[in-house]
Design a protein around this ligand. Structure first.
Ligand SMILES: [Zn+2]
Length: 377
C-alpha cells in the first residue's frame, strides 16, 4: 500500500469543484476526494495551498519540445525529452507527433513509442502519425513529396503499437475505402486533416470511419455558401470530435466560440501542435532541412508561413478562459475530452478508480506541477 494525497483550495474532478479538498490515491489509482479536514494524519499529503488541482492535461498533437523535434529524434530519449518539456506546461500525457516522413522513419517512430511505453517513460500514450497520407493542396508545413495513398498491404507492414494509442491524421478523400476500413478494424484512431475534401469526396461511407478532425479550420477546405468543405463537414458531423489550436494565431477566437456552439458536448478539444521551441532555449529548430523560428510569438519558416504552434497546454487553457469560455469547460477541453477521443476510460477525470494523474495550476492557469502515474513531477 502506497497511499498518498495532494490537497488544494480547489479540486476540479472533471465534473465539479471541491473546496479545500484532498485527492487520495493508492499507487497509480485514485481512491477518493475528501475534505482536507477529514484526511487521515497518517497519509503523506502534498499541500498545494491556494492552487487548483485539475485532471491531467492530455495533448494529442505534440511535434516537439525542449529543443527536440520528434521528426529529428525518433528515439525513446527524444520522446522523454518532449514529455519533460511539456510537463512544465501542465501536460501529463501526450502523443508525440511525426510530421509527414518516410515509411522507414514512421516505423522508427512507432517502435520508439512502443519502447518508451514498455520502458515506462512518463507521459507517453502512443504515437500520432500526421501524414504522409495528406492532400498536397493543404500541405501546410509538410513536405508534399512524401505524400502517398497507402494500400492495405502497406498499412499491414507498419509495426503498430500493441500497448499504446495508434493515431493518424489523413486526408480521407485520398484514402481507398478498404484502407480506411483496415485502420478502423485495427483500432487506429483516424482523424481527418490536411484535407481538401468536398462533400462529394467525403461521403457518409467514409465519414463513418473517421473519429475526428485535426486542428479544425487549419489546413482544410473552408466552409462556403455552396460547399461545406471540410470545415463545414467537421462542424456538422456529430459523432466526430474536432481538435483546435487556441494560440490566438491559428484560429480567431470568434471561430473557437463558433465551433463550441455547433459541436455536441465533449466534441471540441484543445491541442497545442507544439514544436521543439516550447521549453526551448534557442527558439529555433530545423524541419525538413528548413529553419523554423519564433517571431513575435509565431512559428514561421523562411517564407514567413506558419509552421506549428509555440504554446503549451496551460497557456491554451488560459487563452480560452480569457476569451470567455467557462473555466470548467476549458479544463475539460484539455483533459476529459481528449481522453474520450482516445477511448481512454481511465484518464480525464479525478474519480475513484481512475488513473492517478493531475495538473496543478496557479491562479493565472500557468502550470505549477503535474502528477503522472501517481508521481508528482
Ligand atoms: Zn498539421
Amino acid at each position: 500500500m502506497t497511499v498518498k494525497a495532494m490537497s488544494a483550495q480547489r479540486v476540479f474532478d472533471g465534473e465539479r469543484f471541491h473546496i479545500d479538498a484532498a485527492v487520495v490515491w493508492n499507487d497509480q489509482t485514485i481512491v477518493d476526494i475528501v475534505p482536507k479536514s477529514e484526511l487521515s494524519g497518517t497519509v503523506p499529503c502534498t499541500d498545494f495551498a491556494d492552487k487548483l488541482i485539475a485532471p491531467g492535461f492530455i495533448d494529442l498533437q505534440v511535434n516537439g519540445g525542449g529543443d527536440v523535434m520528434f521528426n529529428s529524434d525518433t528515439s525513446v530519449e527524444g520522446i522523454d525529452m518532449i514529455c519533460r518539456a511539456h510537463r512544465k506546461h501542465g501536460t501529463a500525457y501526450l502523443l508525440p507527433t511525426l510530421i509527414s516522413a518516410s515509411p522507414q522513419q514512421m516505423k522508427q517512430a512507432l517502435l520508439a513509442a512502443e519502447q518508451a511505453i514498455e520502458g515506462q517513460v512518463r507521459g507517453v500514450l502512443g504515437v500520432h502519425l500526421e501524414g504522409p497520407w495528406l492532400n498536397k493542396n493543404k500541405k501546410g508545413a509538410h513536405d508534399a513529396d512524401k505524400f502517398y495513398s497507402p494500400s492495405v498491404t502497406q498499412l499491414e507492414a507498419f509495426p503498430w503499437l500493441n500497448n499504446g494509442v495508434n493515431f493518424v491524421t489523413l486526408a480521407a478523400e485520398n484514402m481507398a475505402p478498404e484502407s480506411l476500413q483496415w485502420l478502423r478494424d485495427h483500432d487506429v484512431v483516424v482523424s481527418c486533416g490536411h484535407s481538401n475534401a468536398t462533400s462529394d469526396s467525403l461521403p457518409d461511407s467514409k465519414l463513418k470511419l473517421v473519429n475526428g478532425f485535426t486542428h479544425l479550420f487549419n489546413a482544410m477546405s473552408p466552409l462556403e455558401g455552396r460547399e461545406p468543405g471540410v470545415v463545414g463537414t467537421a462542424l456538422m458531423t456529430d459523432h466526430a470530435w474536432c481538435s483546435i489550436i487556441v494560440d490566438g494565431i491559428h484560429v480567431a477566437p470568434q471561430n473557437v466560440h463558433l465551433a463550441k456552439r455547433v459541436k455536441p458536448d465533449n466534441k471540441l478539444l484543445i491541442v497545442t501542435d507544439a514544436m521543439a521551441s516550447v521549453g526551448s532555449v534557442t527558439n529555433r529548430f530545423v524541419l525538413d532541412g528548413e529553419e523554423i523560428s519564433v517571431q513575435d510569438g509565431r512559428l514561421v519558416n523562411s517564407q514567413g508561413a506558419l509552421a506549428g504552434a509555440h504554446i503549451g497546454m496551460d497557456q491554451s487553457v488560459a487563452n480560452v478562459i480569457e476569451w470567455g469560455f467557462d473555466e470548467a469547460e476549458a479544463l475539460r477541453m484539455a483533459s476529459t475530452y481528449p481522453a474520450l477521443a482516445l477511448n481512454l476510460s481511465e484518464l480525464g477525470l479525478i474519480k475513484p478508480g481512475y488513473h492517478a494523474a493531475a495538473t496543478v495550476l496557479n491562479s493565472d492557469y500557468s502550470a505549477h506541477a503535474v502528477m503522472v502515474d501517481g508521481e508528482i513531477l
